[in-house]
Design a protein around this ligand. Sequence first.
Ligand SMILES: *Cc1c(COP(=O)(O)O)cnc(C)c1O
Length: 511
Amino acid sequence: MKKSNPASALDDRIAPLEMGADEFRRVGHALIDQIATFLQSLPARPVTPGDARPIVRNRLGDRTLPQRGCPAEALLPETAELLFDNSLFNGHPRFFGYITSSAAPVGALGELLAAAVNPNVAAWALSPMASEIEKQTIQWIAELLGYPHDCGGLLVSGGNMANFVGFLAARRSRLSNDVRQKGIQSLEKPPRLYTSKATHTWVQKAVDMFGLGQDAVRWIETNDRQQMNSTLLEQAIVNDLANGAQPFMVVGTAGSVGVGAIDPLNEIADICQRHDLWFHVDGAYGAPAAALPEAADDLKALSRADSVAVDPHKWLYNPIEAGCTLVRDRRLLIDAFSFNPEYYSFDVGDDTEMINYYELGPQNTRGFRALKVWLALNVAGRDGYIRMIRDDIALARALFDRVQQSTVLRALTQSLSITTFHFVPEDLSTEDADTVRYLNELNRELMNRLQAGGEAYVSNAVVGNYYALRCCVVNFRSTLHDMHLLADIVEKLGREVDKEIRPRALQPADG
Ligand SMILES: *Cc1c(COP(=O)(O)O)cnc(C)c1O
């Protein structure tokens, strides 16, 4: 057996992971310099490393775990370069692919500071100031959205989790506490949840994970703008009630993930009121736009919801990860999540202002996500956020206008900051099935090449029968020039791809 350290060595122990103040300063300053240079270079870099998949895969080699460590001073600059050279940059001014924003640089500094102090925001006693900052962050997000600022809420990892928390609050509140004790099988009537066909897949995951099963979801049809049909919603509820089921929750969407559609939230709120159902709004993407004075009434109606999910790592421009759930009645989160284990004695007594966040959500140990969100809200202020969100919407509309003027592009949808369109060669205006099939193939290939090319990045949506290019502007770095450049690039690339693949695609197959 190996001898352990003699007592003297433990006296002046220097652990392999310790860093002295001087080393930390040196390595840290160098890293910050490197990051500053990287951020400055973003516009000149390709959005993606392009067609280099095998190269990226092999970059790390198949080294086994190193036996001996190496100094951080050498490791960090190399690691930074490895990431700068082999990443997709959602912070690039021409990244429009998904609803993933450019990350506010102050958020990166916030992550560093949060990790350095490392509070465990599970309990107030473990994170006094961090808990207070999270509480204020929740209040400020609610104020920004026009939601009651005395609501409850917490930060979670993202939109899916934020929606799960709203879902569980609804389940507890509308299906009784028996569900927590005896499970779903104790319900006399099968529970039913209503949402539109344009809703994000979190709904499927939620009914799966939390024991209701897919059959619990009533998928309500949408109109041609992908907004929920509220007449069909109420019919479905009435039908289920007549057939002995138990409606408990309606999920409305404020900014659908596909085309940015906003459901008729006012009508949905009325229906929920009439039938005493929980009204949850998935505002993961669109909720921050409710801050604009000129926002549509239906978007502002998210203020009527029992719970709202919003994603600070989307339209509040925070680094990933940050999701947030707001719940109108703050006690309901405790009802849904609180247990009092013996190993935790963080009794807050009558001090209702002292929050132990582990009692409000699924996580136990919790990081200090709130710091980056709070810092960004402080740095930009309400006015700054209104300006950034308004500009993003204006840029998406400018792209729509530019596309409408093109002879080879056709605009399809525009809502919030998402514009969809497709490439249609001048001589292919007919709409027979073969042509539509070809157009879709052409646009799919066009999108793939665009994504690999690295000049600009968009994703796709399905709009009616069409495969559409989808441009999401959640990006405070984008300018009007970038929108015009995107259209120019798509026009040019579209012509090239059409020329190349049409002879193959539209010719009758021989043999
Ligand atoms: C992005 C999104 C989600 C999921 O959020 P994540 O942060 O990716 O977990 C849910 N709903 C909508 C409408 C979204 O846009």
